[in-house]
Design a binder for this molecule. Structure first.
Ligand code: NAD
Ligand code: UDP
Length: 349
C-alpha cells in the first residue's frame, strides 16, 4: 500500500491525539494543524513517545487560509480528518458567534483549501447532538436533524455544507469527487491504555466522566447528579458511552471505506459511532467505584436544562458499511480514565 498522508485538524485535542496514535500505528503519515486554543502540545510529544513515530505539527488556526494553503503545498495530504472546533454547549449559547465562526467558517476555509489542492477525502467530527428531540431513544442516521443549541446547529450546518459539496460533484462529475464521512459521535470517554494521553479539560469539566474522575482524585468535592426523576430504570439520564480508542478506530475504518462501493461516486454519508446501548449516571458512578475502589461523593441535583432522559445509537450502518463496531467495555472505559487521571492529576500541566 502506498503511504498516505493524513492532515488532522485539532490533532492536539482529546480525540485528535488518540486519532494520531491510531493513524501512526496504522502506517499513515500524520500532519497536525491545531491553534492550541483548547489543548497542550505536550499531547503530541506523548503521541510520538508512545508510538516511536514522528508527526508534523503546525500551530495554525484553520481559518488562516494562507497558512493552511502553505501546509497543503508542503505536506501534500490526500485525506483530512477534521476535529478542530469548539464543543461546549453552554458556551455556545452564550457566544454563538464564536461557535459559528470557528466551527462553520473554519470548515468553509478548510474545504476551500482542500478543493483548491484537489484533496477531497474528508472525515468530519459530527455529533449525536445533531438529532433533535424525538420520541425515539435509539437514533438511526435517517432520523431528522434538529439540533437544539448553537453548538449542535454548527455541526448540523457543517453537515449540510458538506452534503452540498458532494452533491455538486455528482452534477459536475469531476475526475476526483468528494468522499466525505460524517461521523456522529455519541459520548466519548476513556483514554489510551498507556495512561500517557487522555482528556484534559480546561477548568471545571462539563461532562460526566471527567467530573467523576476529578471527584475521585480529590480535585472536586462532589458530583451533582442532574436529575433522578427521569423516566429511566433508576431515574437518572442514560447515554451511549464509547471508548475513545474505539471511536478513533472508526475514523481509520472510514478512511479505508473511501475505496469501497459506498464512496465510489462523489458521496457524503453519515454514520453513528456509538455502542448501541446506554448506561445511567448512577451505573457510571457504581462502575467507577467498583473499578477504582474509591467512593464517589455525589448528591442529587435538579435536572440540567436541555438534557434528554435517554438516547443511544443504532450503530448498524457503521457495522455494515465501515465494518466497525465497539470492542471495549464499560470496565475498560472506566479503568483507562482512572489510569490517565491518577497518573496525570494535573493533566498535561
Ligand atoms: P478538544 O477541544 O479536545 O479538541 C479540539 C481541538 O481543536 C483542540 O486541540 C483545539 O485547540 C483545536 N481547535 C479548535 N478550534 C480550532 C481552529 N479554529 N483552528 C485550529 N485548531 C482548532 O475536543 P475533542 O473532544 O477532542 O473534540 C474533537 C471534535 O469532536 C470536535 O469537533 C467536537 O465538536 C467533536 N465532538 C466531541 C465530542 C466529545 O464529547 N468530546 C462529542 C461529539 C463530537
Ligand atoms: N451529568 C451529571 N452530572 C454532571 C455532568 C453530567 O449528572 O456533572 C449527566 C447528564 O445530565 C447526562 C449524562 O451525565 O445525563 C452525560 O452528560 P455529559 O455532559 O457527559 O454528556 P451529554 O450527553 O450531555 O453530551
Amino acid at each position: 500500500m502506498a503511504i498516505h498522508t493524513v492532515l488532522v485538524t485539532g490533532g492536539a485535542g482529546y480525540i485528535g491525539s488518540h486519532a494520531c496514535v491510531e493513524l501512526l500505528e496504522a502506517g499513515f503519515n500524520v500532519v497536525v494543524v491545531d491553534n492550541l486554543s483548547n489543548s497542550n502540545p505536550e499531547s503530541l510529544a506523548r503521541v510520538q513517545k508512545l508510538t516511536g513515530k514522528s508527526l508534523a505539527f503546525y500551530e495554525v488556526d484553520i481559518r488562516d487560509k494562507q497558512s493552511l494553503s502553505d501546509i497543503f503545498v508542503k505536506e501534500m495530504p490526500d485525506t483530512v480528518v477534521h476535529f478542530a472546533g469548539l464543543k461546549a454547549v453552554g458556551e455556545s449559547c452564550e457566544q454563538p458567534h464564536l461557535y459559528y465562526h470557528n466551527n462553520v467558517f473554519g470548515t468553509l476555509v478548510l474545504t476551500e483549501v482542500m478543493q483548491a489542492h484537489q484533496v477531497k477525502q474528508l472525515v468530519f467530527s459530527s455529533s449525536a447532538t445533531v438529532y433533535g428531540i424525538t420520541d425515539k431513544t435509539q437514533y438511526s442516521e435517517d432520523l431528522p436533524i434538529g439540533a437544539i443549541n448553537p453548538y449542535g446547529r454548527s455541526k448540523a450546518m457543517v453537515e449540510d455544507i458538506l452534503r452540498d459539496l458532494a452533491e455538486a460533484d455528482k452534477i459536475a462529475k469531476p475526475d476526483k469527487p468528494w468522499k466525505i464521512a460524517l461521523l456522529r459521535y455519541f459520548n466519548p470517554i476513556g483514554a489510551h491504555e498507556s495512561g500517557l494521553i487522555g482528556e484534559d479539560p480546561n477548568g471545571t469539566p462539563n461532562n460526566l466522566m471527567p467530573y467523576v474522575a476529578q471527584v475521585a482524585i480529590g480535585k472536586l468535592p462532589q458530583l451533582s447528579v442532574f436529575g433522578d426523576d427521569y423516566p429511566t430504570h433508576d431515574g437518572t439520564g442514560i447515554r451511549d458511552y464509547i471508548h475513545v480508542i474505539d471511536l478513533v478506530k472508526g475514523h481509520i475504518k472510514a478512511i479505508h471505506a473511501f475505496n469501497n462501493a459506498h464512496f465510489v461516486e462523489g458521496n457524503c454519508k453519515a454514520y453513528n459511532l456509538g455502542a448501541g446501548r446506554g448506561y445511567s449516571v448512577l451505573e457510571i458512578i457504581k462502575k467507577f467505584e467498583e473499578v477504582t475502589g474509591k467512593t464517589i461523593n455525589y448528591k442529587i441535583a435538579p435536572r440540567r436544562p436541555g438534557d434528554l432522559a435517554e438516547y443511544f445509537a443504532n450503530p448498524e450502518l457503521a457495522l455494515q458499511e465501515l465494518n466497525w463496531k465497539v470492542e471495549k467495555t464499560l470496565h475498560d472505559m472506566v479503568a483507562d480514565t482512572w489510569n490517565w487521571q491518577s497518573k496525570n492529576p494535573q493533566g498535561y500541566r
